[in-house]
Design a protein around this ligand. Structure first.
Ligand SMILES: CC(C)(COP(=O)(O)OP(=O)(O)OC[C@H]1O[C@@H](n2cnc3c(N)ncnc32)[C@H](O)[C@@H]1OP(=O)(O)O)[C@@H](O)C(=O)NCCC(=O)NCCS
Length: 195
């Protein structure tokens, strides 16, 4: 029954094309560029992300990350992407559809980060726009959720310009930068009526 559908990707996912960027599954060969970009962006990203484990940027931690992403994809639990600039193939950021809930929910949580040298050039807007048909048409989700700290102006603008509607406020929702922080809750539904 379509309503209770889960996905089963036995083949690697094809990359998703967007406007000036594409989204593709992380591979071990991305380690060098990924770790350099994350290190360069550490202070920029720190206020908006969970605390990075001490070994987060090591090759072995990246290998575990890649394996976990592959397993999540295989079991339809999550879909992690790197965002690559089309003109030169530069890795610019990442985007994840996590915590896939099938059954009567058919929902997922959207997360994202942009490398500091690449911010405010429209790349994340293009990446979110590109993942929306994948989420709703390919994965057949009904609902995409996202949450952000009330002072995260960039994230709020990104969500609102991509048709996400503010639905609520959750107290101490996620532990970000080591502190349980209140979050604004956003969602976009499969029907684009609210876009
Ligand atoms: C939020 C984030 C992903 C946006 O990525 P980006 O590639 O810079 O986004 P875009 O260039 O597509 O911009 C999207 C919109 O947000 C606006 N914006 C981006 N950063 C902003 C900022 N710091 N303050 C205010 N507005 C901002 C842009 O101007 C644009 O709006 P516009 O089209 O009306 O001009 C990026 O800033 C980031 O990684 N932040 C740190 C990590 C983070 O916040 N993660 C999400 C946690 S919920």
């Amino acid at each position: 029954m379509a309503f209770f559908r889960t996905m089963n990707f036995s083949e690697p996912l094809a990359s998703i094309a967007g406007d000036g960027v594409s989204l593709r599954t992380p591979q071990m060969t991305d380690y060098g560029e990924w770790s350099t970009l994350r290190e360069t962006s550490r202070e920029f990203l720190k206020p908006w992300e969970p605390i990075w484990p001490a070994d987060d940027l090591t090759r072995s931690a990246f290998r575990r990350r890649v394996r976990r992403y592959a397993e999540d994809l295989r079991t339809d639990q999550g879909y992690a992407f790197l965002i690559v600039r089309s003109e030169d193939g530069a890795l610019v950021g990442g985007l994840t559809l996590a915590n896939i809930r099938r059954g009567v929910a058919q929902a997922a949580s959207l997360g994202y980060w942009m490398g500091l040298p690449f911010t405010r050039r429209g790349y994340m807007t293009a990446a979110v726009r590109a993942v929306i048909p994948f989420a709703f048409a390919t994965l057949r989700l009904h609902r995409l959720e996202a949450a952000c700290i009330p002072i995260n102006a960039g994230s709020i603008r990104l969500l609102e310009k991509n048709g996400f509607v503010r639905e609520g406020y959750a107290r101490e929702y996620l532990c970000i930068n080591g502190i349980w922080q209140d979050h604004l809750l956003y969602a976009r539904l499969a029907e684009a009526a609210n876009a």
